[in-house]
Design a protein around this ligand. Structure first.
Ligand code: UDP
Length: 385
């Protein structure tokens, strides 16, 4: 279906993280729309291939190095650049019907720009607004701007909705739209895939996230040390300035003598292939996740999931019915759960079938796109516009 609304999609990064993969689906076929990015990177081409024209701000270079848990005082040297982006945004927004901010930095600048542009403003909030992820001033600024200027705040889970409301966000703004994915299982056995990908034939587990401390890859490495003979692939890279953590992980692997059993594969664009090649997918985040696309990717691929019991994971896994839950930050509990899954995989068959059905019904791409399309079509200006 062709979409006629002229939407200005705004994202702060040029890199492709989970939120940007969702944006790539949302913009599909929207050739009347524009994507405005604060920074250069592979996202620009990925978006323009799908329909919208893309503008990369001349002023954004360096902004993505400003981490989301940084104090806003650190942004002061960037203030000139921020003001210039806001002016650019206000100018571009005038030719659009709706502004759709896809990250918190994008939302803050879009909200300020929108004081002039006066367009209905949607914030697709892909984060849990909590002290674990954002400083107090940032939280107050985001929620204050949302309450005053946003027409809708889309969140991917009840956990993300609850965090937004607990931080002072208006309940009436919130629309829960779970992330939707379309991944088809491949007609190939696990062992064939392993051969093709050059992966070891024995017990193999995987984690598929950008490298960041709160994503908890170090807990999986610690757990692996307790599982002699098991191998692990760590898929993902430090996309948003977490290079120190990436170096720490390699050091940890060296110190534990796991160099031949832990395989760092870097950022990959063939996650569905890699996902289907493992015996278990681990989602070891130590802080609550707003969603966790990789949970659904594993469910769709028929791969057992072990996730930490926080954020949206218990909801997606139906409190253990569609996957296993372990306490966050507990390497021993994770090792025990992995041991059970690797030892007797056939016991899990009913759970895997159930998980795959659940992923298809609750987390389909069509369902997400319908809900977001409807919100864009019907959105009216927010409180203060
Ligand atoms: N991903 C990817 N390549 C990688 C690592 C991860 O394409 O090397 C994908 C992964 O398959 C998932 C997304 O990135 O679709 C991560 O989304 P998630 O919700 O798990 O985390 P986020 O990055 O949004 O915090």
């Amino acid at each position: 279906m062709m979409s006629r609304e002229r939407v200005l999609f705004v994202d702060h990064t040029g890199q492709i993280g989970g939120a940007e993969l969702i944006l790539m689906d949302v913009v599909q076929g929207r050739s009347e729309s524009t994507a405005f990015l604060f920074d250069q990177g592979p996202l620009a081409k990925a978006l323009s291939d799908r329909g919208p024209s893309v503008i990369t701000s001349r002023w954004g270079i360096g902004l993505s190095r400003f981490r989301r848990d940084s104090s806003w005082l650190k942004a002061l040297p960037l203030a000139g650049g921020l003001a210039a982006i806001i002016a650019e945004l206000a100018h571009v927004a005038r030719r659009h019907d709706v502004v759709y901010a896809n990250s918190q930095k994008a939302f803050v600048l879009s909200a300020i720009a929108n004081i002039v542009a006066c367009k209905p403003l949607i914030w697709h909030l892909h984060d849990i607004i909590s002290p674990a992820h954002f400083g107090a001033l940032q939280r107050r600024l985001q929620v204050g701007l949302a309450n005053r200027f946003a027409a809708k705040v889309i969140v991917p889970s009840e956990a993300a909705a609850a965090a937004f409301i607990a931080a002072g966000g208006r309940r009436a703004l919130v629309e829960v739209v779970p992330n939707g994915l379309a991944v088809e299982p491949l007609p190939m056995s696990r062992q064939e895939l392993r051969q093709r990908l050059g992966l070891p034939p024995g017990p193999l587990v995987g984690v598929f996230s950008r490298l960041a401390r709160w994503k908890g890859q170090h807990i999986l490495i610690e757990a692996l040390a307790k599982l002699p003979g098991a191998h692990c692939i760590i898929v993902g890279d430090a996309l948003f300035g977490e290079q120190d953590y990436a170096a720490e992980l390699r050091k940890q692997v060296g110190e534990l003598g796991l160099g031949d059993r832990v395989h760092f594969l870097g950022h990959r664009s063939d996650v569905p292939l890699l996902m289907q090649s493992v015996d278990a997918m681990v989602h070891p985040s130590i802080d609550p996740e707003p969603f966790g696309r990789t949970l659904v990717e594993a469910m769709l691929a028929g791969v057992p999931v072990i996730a930490t019991d926080a954020g949206a994971a218990p909801d997606i896994l139906e409190h253990g019915r569609a996957g296993m839950l372990v306490p966050p930050g507990d390497a021993r509990a994770l090792a025990e759960a992995l041991d059970a899954v690797l030892a007797e995989p056939e016991i899990l068959k009913p759970q895997l079938d159930y998980a795959s059905r659940r992923a298809r019904t609750h987390y389909s791409l069509a369902r997400m796109l319908d809900s977001i399309g409807l919100l864009i079509r019907n959105v009216r200006p927010g409180a203060a516009v």
